[in-house]
Each structure stands twice: as structure tokens, then as C-alpha cells.
Design a protein around this ligand. Structure first.
Ligand SMILES: Nc1ncnc2c1ncn2[C@@H]1O[C@H](COP(=O)(O)OP(=O)(O)OP(=O)(O)O)[C@@H](O)[C@H]1O
Length: 274
């Protein structure tokens, strides 16, 4: 592993900016300064992990990018998207939360239909893309099931399908697999990587896990706390396909060592600032 430049073909420093955070700060009404002067440029096709200690502001940053919370200062720009009245690229963002947040009274099909229903797409017009998206996450045979009939991993697949059904250009994922067992988590990691490769989507993935971020990403942004800021920006290059062999390779071990060191430094900086 070399820490030089992003790997995926077409992702270069010159690739088009998807979203640009400039000097974003966030102070909550109780006085907590969650982010201070955070700047981050995300380029088309990146798989970027936001990694950092608990409370460093990862979710806050992701929610501000998604328009689910307002910044107290600074700006979010979408240089290559058409912007709606709320300052967001309508239909261009998919969001996956830590909890699958499915509607229990709706089937798998009905849950994935929701974003299209909100766009006033009829059921018959929506059916093709819903079935295609469910097949892409391995749920083609579960369209009529209800959430209570699904495992935790399957519920998360529904949540991912719901985020992808509008074919967004940017997928935001907030610790989506943190509550799952290790084997399910690895399977979903494999699936997300495959979807990323197949669709060319840009991903921002929030995680606590050095191992998960090192497996998935071609760029890891390590955050520090108090205040939440970018501490290190690590572009990853790997010569190997990210598969079962990679998980046990020397290259992966070396990457996780490097990322762990950066995370430890970020944690120490946060502690010194207490
Ligand atoms: N709605 C809120 N009101 C007040 N403080 C908040 C609110 N949401 C988050 N915070 C605080 O802002 C800081 C950053 O929180 P955030 O959830 O963004 O961190 P995080 O890095 O995602 O943490 P974790 O990894 O534990 O989910 C924390 O100190 C948190 O307590």
C-alpha cells in the first residue's frame, strides 16, 4: 500500500468536484461546538471514509452535507449539480442511516418505492427500477416480505436499495453496519464495494472502524475532536482487488497500521484540547 493518490480509474485531483465544504462550523443551541472551520472537497467517483473518535462530528458533517442540519458558518457548494430552492442537488443524494428506518407496515417493495412516491412517480412506472435495484442488493425474491420477516442485514439492504432507487450521484452512509455481526458486515462491505464499482457513484461513509475504512475506501479523512476538524487526509492506493485475499494480505495490514496511527494521533490531539 502506498499513500499517494486515489486508485479508482478516473479519480484524479482534476476529477470534478461533487461537493465542497468550506470553513464549515456548527455550534448547537446548547453551546457544543461540533465542527470548526471544516473544509473538504469530494470528487466524483471517490469512496471516502470519514473516520474519527466518537463525538468528533462525523455525523454532524454528513448531515450538513445532506441538508439535514444547517451549518452555523461556512458554505457547502455543489459545483457540478443543479441546485433546488433549499440549496441541495435534488434527487442527487441518497442517505443510509445507522438504523434501517423502514416502515413496518410496508413491504420491501413499498419501502423502496417511498422516494419515488415522494417524486410522484406512479407504481407502474416505478416497478422496473425498484425490481432492478432490489436485484442489485440481492433481494429480488423478497419484494413482498415485511421488515419483521427480515434479518438485520436484509433490512440494511432494503435501506441501501431505498437510497439508490433514485440513482443519486452521491451516497451518504452514516455508520450503516455498526450494529451488525462481523460476517454480515463483511458481506455488506463486499456488496457496497461492488455497487460502487458498477454504478460509478461517489460515496461518503462514516465509520469508527479502521478495518472497515481501510477495506472500502480510496480516501480516508481522519477527523479529530474538540473541535471537529479534518486531521489527516489519506489517499489509499492498493494493487490488489479488495476481496477475501486482500482481507488477510500484508498490504491490508500495512494500510490498517498507517490508518490506526493517524487515528491515534487525532485522538491524542482531541484529548490535549480538553
Ligand atoms: N442535536 C445536538 N445537540 C447538541 N449537541 C449535539 C447534537 N448532535 C450532536 N451533538 C454533539 O456534537 C458533537 C459531535 O456529534 P456527532 O454525532 O456529529 O459525532 P460523531 O463523530 O458522529 O460521533 P459518533 O461516532 O459517536 O456517532 C458531540 O459532542 C455531540 O454530543
Amino acid at each position: 500500500m502506498t499513500l499517494t493518490e486515489p486508485t479508482r480509474p478516473g479519480v484524479t485531483a482534476a476529477a470534478r468536484l461533487v461537493v465542497s465544504m468550506r470553513n464549515v462550523s456548527k455550534q448547537f443551541s446548547n453551546g457544543t461546538l461540533a465542527l470548526k472551520d471544516m473544509s473538504l472537497d469530494v470528487r466524483r467517483g471517490e469512496f471516502l471514509s470519514l473516520l474519527g473518535p466518537s463525538g468528533c462530528g462525523k455525523s454532524t458533517a454528513l448531515r450538513i452535507i445532506a441538508g439535514l442540519g444547517a451549518a452555523s458558518a461556512g458554505s457547502i457548494d455543489w459545483p457540478s449539480s443543479k441546485i433546488n430552492a433549499r440549496g441541495l442537488p435534488e434527487g442527487d443524494i441518497g442517505f443510509v442511516f445507522q438504523e434501517p428506518t423502514l416502515m413496518p407496515w410496508q413491504t420491501v417493495w413499498g419501502n423502496v418505492y417511498l422516494p419515488l412516491r415522494l417524486q410522484r412517480v406512479s407504481k407502474s412506472d416505478a416497478n422496473g427500477v425498484i425490481m432492478e435495484t432490489l436485484a442489485s442488493v440481492g433481494l429480488a425474491d423478497f419484494t413482498k416480505s415485511y421488515p419483521r420477516e427480515l434479518s438485520g442485514g436484509m433490512k440494511m439492504r432494503v435501506s441501501i436499495a431505498r437510497a439508490l432507487v433514485t440513482k443519486p450521484r452521491l451516497l451518504l452512509m452514516d455508520e450503516p453496519f455498526a450494529a451488525l455481526d462481523e460476517i454480515t458486515r463483511q458481506r455488506l462491505n463486499d456488496d457496497v464495494l461492488r455497487l460502487w464499482r458498477e454504478t460509478g457513484i461517489t460515496v461518503i461513509f462514516v465509520t469508527h472502524s479502521v478495518f472497515e475504512s481501510a477495506f472500502l475506501s480510496n480516501r480516508i479523512v481522519v477527523m479529530r475532536a474538540r473541535p471537529g476538524q479534518v486531521y489527516a487526509d489519506l489517499p489509499l492506493v492498493t494493487s490488489a482487488a479488495r476481496d477475501e485475499h486482500y482481507r488477510t494480505s500484508e498490504e491490508y495490514r500495512a494500510t490498517t497500521d498507517t490508518v490506526s496511527r493517524a487515528l491515534q494521533e487525532a485522538i491524542m490531539r482531541g484529548a490535549q484540547a480538553k
